[in-house]
Design a binder for this molecule. Sequence first.
Ligand SMILES: *Cc1c(COP(=O)(O)O)cnc(C)c1O
Length: 406
Amino acid sequence: MNIDFKKLAHEYGTPLYVYDFDYMREQYRVLKSAFEGSKSLIVYAVKSNSNLSVIQNFAKEGSGADCVSIGEVKRALLAGVNPYKIIFSGVGKSDSEIEEALKLKILMINVESEAELKHVESVAKRLGVEARISIRVNPNVDPKTHPYISTGLHENKFGVDIDIAKRLYIYAKNSNALDPVGIHFHIGSQLTKLEPIAEAAEIIADLVRSLKAIGVDIKFFDVGGGIGVEYHGDEKLIDLEEYATVIKKAIKGMDLTIVCEPGRYLTANGGYLLTKVLYEKQNGDKYFTIVDAAMNDLLRPSLYNAYHKIEPLAKREGESFQRDIVGPICESGDFLAKDIKMPPLESGDLLVVKSAGAYGFTMASNYNTRPRACEVACEGGECRVIRRRENFEDLIEAEKLYLQGE
Ligand SMILES: *Cc1c(COP(=O)(O)O)cnc(C)c1O
C-alpha cells in the first residue's frame, strides 16, 4: 500500500507509528490458508503489538489471542476476540490473574511449571470450576545441532521436560478441577529454519500419542510462534506451506486442532516509525544524525542490537556517508541505527524506520518524561488515529495529587 508518510507527519506530528492494516490482514490470511485441510486456530501474540485496533483487525478475521498477562487478556476481549480463542501463557501468573482468567472462561491457561499447575488447580477448586489447561513442554531440541536457534539455551527456563509433562498430564487428568485439553511448545523467535520446528513437532506429537493411549485426550496442538520475518531484506525465510506441512505430518492420524501463535510475522513489517531529523552533528570523524524518536519509542536497537532499515523519505543530492542515527535521550545506548550509510540530511527531513510493527510501541516507555508516540492505522487508502499522542498531563496524572503542600 502506498502510504503518504509526509502527509501523516504533517497531520499527526512525529515520532509517529504507522500501521498498514491491509498488510497485517493479508499476512494473517496467508498463514491461515497454509493450514487449510486441517483444523487450525491462529492466536495472535498480543505482546508484539497490543493496540486495541490492531487486535481488532485480527479478531475480525477470526483470530484468537495469545496473552502473557491478564491485562492482555482483557485487551483481547475488549477488541472483540472470542474468549474461547484466548490462551493465557507466561512463566509467572499470579493467583488473581489465574482467577480472573478462569472467570472470563478463556480457551485455556498454558501452564509452565508443576507449581503453577497446583495453583491453577486450587484456584479452580475454590471457584468450583474445571480449568482448561495446556502444558508448555520443552522439547529439548538440541541447540548444538541447530545453532541457528539463537534463543535455544535461554528458552530452557520455559516449559517443563517431557517426563515431568507426562506426570503432570496424568495428575491433571485425575483432578476434577483440571481439564488438560492442550499441549504447547515454543522453541524461539525469529526462526528461519524448518528443521528444529519439525523435530520439536515430532517429539511433542509422540508425547501426545502416548498421552492419548492412557486416556489424556489432548485436543489442541500448539506449535508456538516465532516465525521469522525480514529485517535486512536478504533473509531466507521459512516457507509457510512447508511449515504447515511438517506440522500436519507430525500429528498425522490424530484428531487435533493446530494452534499457532505468530506475533512479529503478522505485525513487524506492517509497521513504520516515522521520525524527523533534528540536527546533524560531527564529533571528531564520527557523524551523528539526531532524530526526534528515541530508545523510549523503539527499544529493539538498544536492547537487542536489532537492525531496522531506515530510509529518508526524500533523497537529497550528494554522496552517502556513514553515521549513527541517535535519539535525544541521555544514554549512549540511545540509537536507532549504528554505522549506516545515508545521503546528506537536513533538519526537518523525515526518516522511515521499517519493520517497526512488532515490539515497537509495546516496548515504549516514558523515560526522560517523553510522551509516547501517536499510532495511526491505514486501511483501504484511509488513515486514522488508533492511539492519540500522550501529553504531559497523562504522564504526571498518577503522581501530582501526592505532591506535598508548603
Ligand atoms: C513471544 C512469543 C510468541 C510470539 O513470538 P514472535 O516471535 O513475535 O512470533 C509466541 N508464543 C510465545 C509463547 C511467546 O513467548
